[in-house]
Design a protein around this ligand. Structure first.
Ligand SMILES: [Zn+2]
Length: 507
């Protein structure tokens, strides 16, 4: 071999190695790696969290039960889940398994949009038609507003339900002919991704393995929150603010350089179990805020962010394991065999009036009293405890593509409606520029419908918070709750824009 040939071989090897190095990460690195995020320097940060970690571990076991009796405790509520220090791989079983869980299937169940429901039904309250479709025709209500009602109907009821709607001159469009197929397609994307991640995860088991190309179980979301807390100990804290009926933790992550002095923004997701893109969007927001935190604009950095990706963990896990279209929590009812309360009808604002049901079998069952649910209680107590400087309450739902502000429990507007409309419009304009998607902006009772007991109205009316928005993420009904994983990142980026615009307007 001449030296020239040898050099050619060396050059070829170098080129090949470079090409492989360039291809490999993009091919295999679907899992997001928190350890690669830029840490935040300690200067000017006054949370003193590094020292607090030790303190939290010691005090954690004593504190949680005291939170509700003394609301100020929540500010120093101590994370009881510091297992990132024990190199918890985040893969542990969820812990709460019901052997009776048999997955509900929707083979050839159809998704319908029923128009002009007020023509045939009571004008004051849309619920009767939904009630009838639920109780007599095995329907599951997906969405109802002043213009239409989306409902899925089991295969065996399709004929009878169609006849019923025709009898009442209700114009109906079929949005989808096989809901199970949509669910299976959604799951297939996840299965492929999981395989490509498998090799990676064995290397460094401490990773949550979160990414935004698929939806994740609660374990992964909570492991991600712990990872973030561990990666940014000087600006992040993790709180367990309560437990669910099935014993799962309710977790809130805070991000702040000065928790109490800064103006605060609360973000929550996953009040409704089946709206999977909501927790995905909220975790995406956490990730985006902390990616290059030090390069974020001052209006982001000078806020205290309190973020709760999953307000309804029991319902969420039930929707992942057993019934993709589950909405409520999983609290058993004393006298009915039907399970669960609609948490977004359980807050103490106009409770039990419009747009909610007293029937435990219905999707919008409001519970036995306002704040009857552990999840509602935990959030109410916690928000009360951080009330000082709390300027914004943002709650993420799907679907509709709408940015709405109070009220929904009565036909009236928040006293901040002018600002809310302006900021909402600006967010919608930026979303349109970025992804091309159109979001409607307006007051809840007009854009969506009248519905009492919502967390947004409570935040506005009872807590007096100025920037209160509900964002209904994608889509407009093509897939509804079963939004394909390929749309998560785009949708989440739309959700982020709302948070950014609100932060900007506060400063
Ligand atoms: Zn919702």
């Amino acid at each position: 071999m001449t030296s020239n040939t040898r050099w050619n071989v060396v050059a070829l090897v170098v080129v090949l190695a470079t090409v492989i190095a360039l291809i490999m990460p993009s091919h295999f690195a679907t899992a997001f790696d928190v350890s690669r995020m830029t840490p935040v320097a300690d200067r000017n940060i006054r949370t003193g969290n590094k020292m607090l970690i030790e303190k939290e571990i010691i005090e954690e076991r004593q504190v949680v039960s005291e939170n509700d009796s003394n609301s100020t405790q929540a500010e120093v509520a101590l994370d009881e889940d510091m297992s990132f220090l024990d190199e918890d791989d985040g893969d542990s079983d969820d812990g709460v398994l019901d052997v009776n869980e048999i997955p509900v299937r929707y083979d050839e169940a159809q998704l319908w949009r029923v128009y002009n429901i007020s023509n045939a039904m009571s004008r004051r309250n849309m619920l009767p038609l939904g009630d009838i479709l639920e109780s007599k025709y095995g329907g599951t209500i997906w969405k109802e507003n002043s213009k239409f009602l989306d409902v899925s109907i089991d295969k065996k009821h399709v004929k009878a339900a169609r006849a019923f709607l025709e009898d009442h001159n209700l114009n109906t469009e079929v949005l989808n002919y096989n809901i199970q197929e949509m669910i299976d397609n959604e799951a297939a994307v996840g299965a492929n991704l999981t395989q490509s991640e498998a090799g990676q995860r064995t290397k460094k088991a401490a990773r949550s393995g979160i990414h935004w190309k698929d939806y994740h179980d609660l374990d992964t979301i909570y492991a991600f929150m712990r990872e973030i807390r561990g990666k940014f100990p000087n600006i992040c804290r993790l709180y367990t603010i309560g437990k669910t009926a099935e014993g799962r933790d309710l977790k809130v992550l805070s991000i702040s350089e000065n928790l109490t002095a800064n103006k605060k923004i609360w973000i929550d997701g996953g009040i409704h179990a089946r709206e999977w893109v909501s927790p995905a969007t909220v975790t995406y927001i956490i990730n985006q805020l902390l990616t290059n935190w030090e390069k974020q604009p001052s209006y982001i950095r000078n806020k205290s962010w309190y973020i709760m990706p999953v307000m309804n963990p029991d319902g969420y896990m039930y929707s992942r394991r057993s019934n993709r279209l589950w909405r409520k929590n999983r609290k058993p009812h004393k006298t009915s065999s039907c399970v669960g309360v609609d948490l977004n009808r359980n807050f103490n604002i106009g409770w039990g009036t419009v747009g909610s049901s007293k029937n435990p079998c219905h999707e919008t069952y409001h519970g036995t009293s306002a704040n009857s649910e552990l999840e509602t209680q935990a959030v109410v107590n916690y928000i009360k405890s951080i009330k000082a400087n709390l300027e914004a309450y943002l709650t993420y739902h799907s679907y509709s593509q709408a940015l709405v502000y109070p009220y929904g429990y009565k036909s009236a507007k928040s006293k901040y409606a002018t600002a809310l409309q302006r900021v909402g419009k600006e967010a919608a304009r930026l979303i349109k520029n970025k992804t091309g998607k159109t979001y409607d902006v307006g007051v809840t009772y007009k854009v969506l419908s009248l519905a009492a007991g919502g967390s947004d109205d409570w935040s506005c009316s009872v807590m007096g918070i100025k920037y209160v928005y509900t964002i209904e993420l994608r889509d407009r009904g093509q897939y509804g709750f079963i939004l394909p994983p390929a749309q998560i990142e785009g949708t989440a980026s739309e959700g982020l824009i709302l948070a950014q615009q609100v932060a900007k307007d506060i400063s």
